[in-house]
Write a protein that binds this ligand. Structure first.
Ligand code: M6R
Length: 617
């Protein structure tokens, strides 16, 4: 949800900011803009549309600024127009500001400022924030002793703000300086040689430095080309911790692939290997997690598990629920983070709370984590982005270690969440009734998952051909049972988000309780049909669809005895252990939605109305 980048240093700020914006574009792509220092003026260039539009516009002009800020927008307040694009400039022309987040009390502040003679050119909450800084600046004594007036006006402003923000601000009176601050929206500082880059995430700065400081909520950073300092809203000095990024710029490049989504789908065997590396016990019968910060004894005492997440990560939690209950026989509850945070659901005290989030910045998941902590629960995070808000606020956790996921549609993050969920189930099961030999068999199955995924990926040409035949349908059903019911939900979500095809995921047998009314020759059904003790029931559901002329695409394990002529298309996946099945079954639905989106001419990596990381409620 919006990407921000700021640069102070000795190099040309335009190219560095533009490169950063291109890498942050997955966070929002409604409009893009920059503000650059030009002598004692602030020059703003901003355009509705993609960063490429902005780059063309900037290419027509010559900028030599060494300080500047840039923004790529996911619209919240106000339509997608040039005027609503960031940066916004205060009506006295002194300040330019970029913002990721939502200012909830902007209407009251706008009324107040209007009464004081401030004027507004946009419909955004951000412009109000910018003018409030100008208001406080005008009131601040020009020579506050030992204080930076620019910093102080921002500090004062933020004391009045309700909502969330990651901001970067320029001031005409303070050339060569940027002030940044955050509350519930990510902000990271890249520490280079005689230069600093402030950004929403590391992808925007990793080409210039691997040294970063993760800013915390309530912190304000002040930058000049020579130094940086961090303080809190209450003026306390903060001693910064400089971390080393563990990935390089190549990790966030598309390489030879047409889209990030394609790259990330095909990266999955390696991603799974990374996610499980070093995480099995020496005797090969259980999982090991280094960062849980909870002893095996305490873990053993837990009588329930609660998982909260959003979107695809929520689907991974549902599979995890199935595996923990199936193998460890411990009750698990899964909730949408956005519901949990307001539901006030009764929780048993011996519950271990988990949140799952690729980005670690999803605001609803972060709020669920905070709510659980407020209630006194220990919260574990399954998370991919190192140093994210969720990683920092959780009591312990398990990193996914799959490198940056840039495609808006989650793929490798999903399968690694499934893998980690399966490992949690194993860990809990081995503390209870699972035998040593069953544990060894389970571990060996997980170790074999990357190879099975490799085999499933070989179906890509066949799935591409199927996609050609099915791309023009307007509706599709995804049906699965047990651990593959969440995969049906995931298949439907993938198709919806990148192809704009209406799709619904259902437990296969539930289909007769409503969705079957949709079935006709115009509505294909994608069935998960692994060989299992309920295989015949799945076949019966397929017959019911066939009797109503619904086209059927079956995703069946190699050993599943599908009757001839039942399915119109059959995609075979390797037979596998129950804990690995959801991981392997994810591959065909990812490929199907990817190829259908291509057939429909959709912008796969930047689907309309979406953004990678949802940092607004
Ligand atoms: O970063 P998170 O895992 O917390 O993101 C949660 C969802 O926003 C995310 O999974 C979303 O549903 C994906 N775009 C699905 O592909």
């Amino acid at each position: 949800m919006c990407g921000i980048v700021g640069y102070v240093g000795r190099q040309n700020a335009v190219s560095i900011i533009l490169e950063g914006l291109k890498r942050l574009e997955y966070r929002g792509y409604d409009s893009a803009g920059v503000c650059l220092e030009k002598g004692r003026r602030l020059e703003v260039v901003k355009k509705a549309g993609r960063v490429d539009n902005l780059a063309k516009e900037l290419g027509r002009r010559r900028f030599t600024a060494t300080t500047g800020i840039g923004h790529t927008r996911w619209a919240t307040h106000g339509a997608v127009t040039d005027a609503n694009a960031h940066p916004h400039v205060s009506s006295d022309g002194k300040f330019a500001l970029i913002h990721n987040g939502v200012i909830e009390n902007y209407a009251q502040m706008k009324a107040f400022l209007t009464g004081k003679g401030y004027t507004f050119k946009s419909e955004t909450d951000t412009e109000v924030l910018c003018n409030l800084i100008a208001y406080h600046y005008a009131k601040e004594p020009a020579r506050a002793k030992g204080r930076n007036r620019f910093m102080e006006s921002i500090r004062k402003t933020l004391h009045h703000v309700e909502g969330t923000y990651g901001i970067a601000v320029l001031c005409v009176d303070h050339p060569g300086e940027i002030v940044g601050a955050r509350k519930a929206s990510p902000l990271i500082l890249g520490v280079g040689t005689d230069e600093y880059i402030l950004a929403s995430d590391a992808s925007a700065l990793v080409s210039r430095t691997q040294n970063v400081v993760y800013l915390k909520d309530g912190e304000i950073v002040h930058l000049t080309p020579k130094r940086f300092s961090i303080t809190t809203l209450d003026q306390a000095d903060v001693s910064p911790v400089v971390n080393q990024l563990t990935w390089s710029v190549a990790d966030s490049d598309k390489g030879r692939h047409a889209h990030f989504m394609e790259k990330e789908i095909f990266e999955q065997p390696a991603a799974l290997e990374n996610a499980m590396r070093g995480r099995f016990s020496a005797d090969g019968s259980t999982a090991l997690f280094g960062g849980l910060n909870i002893s095996p004894g305490e873990f053993r005492e837990m009588e329930r598990f609660m998982f909260c997440a959003c979107g695809t990560a929520w689907h991974a939690c549902l599979v995890t629920e199935h595996l923990i209950e199936r193998f460890a026989r411990v009750p698990v509850e899964v909730d949408y983070a956005s519901e949990f945070r307001y539901r006030n659901s009764p929780l048993d005290p011996r519950t271990l709370f988990f949140v799952m989030s690729q980005s670690g910045e999803t605001i609803d998941t972060l709020a669920a984590l905070r709510e659980a902590k407020r209630k006194g629960f220990r919260v574990m995070a399954v998370n991919n982005v190192v140093g994210s808000s969720i990683a920092r606020e959780a009591d312990g956790g398990i990193y996914q270690h799959v490198g940056p996921e840039v495609g808006v549609a989650s793929t490798k993050a999903f399968t690694s969440q499934l893998l980690i969920g399966a490992m949690i189930a194993l860990y809990v099961a081995r503390m209870r009734d699972m035998s040593y030999s069953d544990g060894v068999e389970y571990v060996n199955a997980l170790k074999g998952a990357p190879e099975l995924v490799r085999q499933a990926l070989k179906q890509a040409p066949k799935i591409k051909a199927i996609a050609k035949r099915y791309a023009q349908y307007h509706d599709m059903l995804f049906l699965g049972r047990l651990s593959l019911f969440p995969l049906a939900l995931e298949g439907a979500l993938k198709l919806k988000e990148i192809s704009y095809v209406h799709a619904e995921g259902y437990p296969a047998a539930e289909m007769k309780h409503g969705p079957i009314a949709l079935v006709s020759e115009k509505c294909p059904s994608v069935f998960f049909a692994p060989k299992s003790e309920i295989f015949n029931k799945i076949v019966s559901s397929m017959q019911e669809i066939k009797a109503r002329k619904g086209p059927i695409i079956a995703i069946a394990t190699a050993d599943a005895p599908l009757p001839d002529d039942l399915a119109d298309e059959v995609i075979r996946i390797p037979e596998c252990h129950e804990a690995v099945l959801p991981i392997v079954a994810a591959i065909p639905v990812q490929l199907l939605s990817y190829y259908i989106a291509l057939e429909r001419g959709c912008d796969v990596d930047k689907p309309r109305n979406l953004a990678k990381s949802v940092t607004v409620e």
